[in-house]
Ligand binder design. Sequence first.
Ligand code: NAD
Length: 552
Amino acid sequence: MNAGPRPVRAARGTELTARSWATEAPLRMLQNNLDPEVAERPDDLVVYGGTGKAVRDWNCFDAIIRELRNLAEDETLLVQSGKPVGVLRTHEWAPRVLIANSNLVGDWATWPEFRKLESQGLTMYGQMTAGSWIYIGTQGILQGTYETFAAVAQKRFGGTLAGTLTVTAGLGGMGGAQPLAVTMNEGVALVVEVDRERAQRRVETRYLDEIADDLDDAISRVLSAKADRRALSVGVIGNAAEVLPELLRRGVAVDVVTDQTSAHDPLAYLPKGVTVEEWADYAAAKPEEFTTRARESMAEHVAAMVGFQDAGAEVFDYGNSIRGEAQLGGYERAFDFPGFVPAYIRPLFCEGKGPFRWAALSGDPEDIAKTDRAILELFPENAQLARWIKMAGERVAFQGLPSRICWLGYGERHLAGLKFNEMVASGELSAPIVIGRDHLDCGSVASPYRETEAMADGSDAIADWPLLNALINTASGATWVSLHHGGGVGIGRSIHAGQVTVADGTELAAKKLERVLTNDPAMGVLRHVDAGYDRASSVATAHSLPIPTAQS
Ligand code: NAD
């Protein structure tokens, strides 16, 4: 039995390798998460987001695949932080897989405690969609990033980033979406990345236009594109904790500043003075010392971001906890700039809107092209959605199984799910579709530095909502449901849930999809009604969504 790293790729086509599509789907999606085209470090089982893993180790991977192949339609596989721990008799409406990742009791929810338990082989870091098997490559975040930069453009620059310069850092699994999202909004991006290979990979997948020779070269390329109002993205190899202060010192005219280094995990942020080659050994040998140095560097990095804000730039935290880490590194003004959710995304959450996504289990890109057309037909009045779907079709290179993402809200998602199911049933699509979402969604996450930062009623840290979300999705017929801790912003800082449901063309699937894709976004509306957002209350009223405590 080969229990070590090996290339993994999901099967394509209509031949089942498991007993039903409800088990073939999680099986293919787990394999797809670890496809070298999709995962950032597949040999280490790391999918994205610093150390976000799909399964605990290669033995667990083999065991999960084995169980999924044998699982019956009235059985449920239990996965505890990437390890299969049981198969229990349930029923056909129950999820085929239930996943709990990285959860720790409150007082123990710290990185050192987590790492201790991880080194004992007791847990793993599941991030959000890494450990819940619905990561679809950088496209997954591209649409959210596109929406965010579109909102920045709307707020500050008359609806376009043309003629503006955005400076950011990090070209990893998530961060790699930034340059393309900026150029899709017609702007110029300068992205700092310490690891040349990561930058190179983004050029190869067409997310980044070019890599500059050095900082002088980068500055001259971006400033000339900005002057010409020409969309361009330029990567520069360097440490953000050095490059951003230097850009500030030189007085480069920067309009927007953010960051997507893996700051949520201080061992995944490279401190100044450490090389990429030294990184892994140093972090493993001296985690405390490395953490201190990383936080000191983040303090310098964030101080430069605040400096740009003082100079008039639009500055925001892009959900990686860099403000919290910089504060721990001794920088007092770290929270002077806002997180992106309260700044741009919350109004969408009030409508139950969030990152709806789907993948074609056939592996055939034509299936996604057909679903794209179906989305355009279903929501003809939504111009922003149409612009995205068209651009995505033209500019997004698929990684692994072909997939698509778009933001849909309460009252919309189930229509898409039912339509795709009909298309599978009629044979228009060549194989079933899986429909899921990021955990960064309207009603599935408690994360006071990100999705629930600055809630109107102060309920930022109330974590009952993601638990209710996982429970209602389980009760509604999702195919697999996951409940995680620590994704996005790190251990101790978030609790979140995910669901994936299969459209296999059956009537039963239609019933499940209708409920899951109604109830899941309904949680977003309910959560925001409860927090006192008027927009959410009007959405609830418009859709006759009952609110038990509302005055009649
Ligand atoms: P990743 O680990 O794949 O990539 C991080 C990149 O940062 C790496 O390429 C690394 O080389 C680079 N880096 C590290 N230290 C650096 C430094 N000092 N200077 C320059 N580059 C440096 O992570 P990812 O998947 O791209 O995620 C990035 C961050 O965004 C994470 O903290 C993640 O939790 C967070 N995140 C945000 C969202 C969102 O919606 N905004 C969603 C998910 C995750």
